[in-house]
Design a protein around this ligand. Structure first.
Ligand code: CP
Ligand code: NVA
Length: 301
């Protein structure tokens, strides 16, 4: 049966842990300069309906390092942007490609595509989830601090796609997640409900950060919400991750941001640019963890 990765919950806890370990192994192989090309002859289609730097480069380079090839497909110059039904696009593309990643708005578009695809489909960000980022984030935590099980994680900011994927991660990796978001910017109740044992909504960002092992934030206005920027800056004014907030967390707390970041908004320059910042490792791990994901989906290991 074709496995897809539309949300973190599509993989079991054991599968995700194995995938993270494999990602670190692939990183060592890459850093040693060893050649590892198990996906020779395989083709990855990359459909982007939103902008991207990290996701595009990590998938394209990752596939090339594994011996395969990647094609960038923009709706601007394919029939996808001219109203060809998503189901037809899935049927056709999956007869030519071996694996497909999609960055789009609506999770249901991704689900409809996957339902009509013969090959694995990967969620490369929707308005609802960003599971690939969580693979990199979990790999980064494991590499710097060991197992995240029973650790305290604080999400500071919008109840958005990244927040939803942290909720799913709390369930699969068994950590406690405090979410500090202003009223009106809560995560999706259905997503929350599925992990209610692991997750608490704590409005006060300083309280949420208390003794946390990991502090995570993201932009206040996601792609597609640009016109809400000013209104959101007001609503989130108290939700900046800065030195004061980091001081409430555990002494060795890590700070994560999926990037791109807005210094002076959701995070201060002093936090993201500090000497021990691991956000650049976090970004690099997109490459290694997605290589592990493609191996898993295509080779079953
Ligand atoms: N974090 C992330 O997904 O970055 P891009 O939007 O640059 O792909
Ligand atoms: N929440 C952000 C993440 C960007 C990687 C967005 O959807 O724009």
């Amino acid at each position: 049966m074709t496995r897809h990765f539309l949300s973190l919950l599509d993989l079991s806890s054991d599968e995700l842990h194995a995938l993270i370990r494999r990602a670190s192994e692939l990183k060592r192989i890459q850093h040693r300069g060893d050649i590892h090309t198990p996906l020779k002859g395989k083709n990855l289609g990359m459909i982007f309906e939103k902008s991207s730097t990290r996701t595009r480069v990590s998938f394209e380079v990752g596939m090339s390092q594994l011996g395969g090839h990647a094609l960038f497909l923009s709706p601007r110059d394919t029939q996808l942007g001219r109203g060809e039904p998503i189901e037809d696009s899935a049927r056709v593309l999956s007869r030519m490609l071996d694996i497909i990643m999609i960055r789009t708005y609506d999770q249901s578009v991704l689900e409809r595509f996957a339902a009509h695809s013969k090959v694995p489909v990967i969620n490369a960000l929707t308005d609802l989830f960003h599971p690939c980022q969580l693979l990199a984030d979990m790999q980064t935590y494991f590499e710097h601090r060991g197992d995240i099980r029973d650790k305290r994680v604080a999400w500071i900011g919008d109840g958005n796609n990244m927040c939803h994927s942290y909720i799913n991660a709390a369930k699969r990796f068994d950590f406690h997640l405090n979410i500090a978001c202003p009223e009106g910017y809560d995560p999706d109740p259905t997503v929350l409900q599925a992990a209610k044992e692991q997750v608490s909504i704590v409005r006060d960002p300083l309280l949420a950060a208390e003794d946390a092992d990991l502090i995570v934030t993201d932009v206040w206005a996601s792609m597609g919400q640009e016109e809400e920027q000013v209104q959101r800056e007001k609503a989130f004014a108290r939700y900046q991750v800065n030195d004061g907030l980091m001081a409430r967390a555990a002494d060795d707390a890590l700070f994560f941001h999926c990037l791109p970041a807005h210094r002076g908004e959701e995070v201060s320059a002093s936090v993201i640019d500090r000497e021990e910042s691991v956000v650049w490792d976090e970004a690099e791990n997109r490459l290694h963890s997605q290589k592990a994901l493609m191996e898993f989906l295509l080779l079953g290991r």
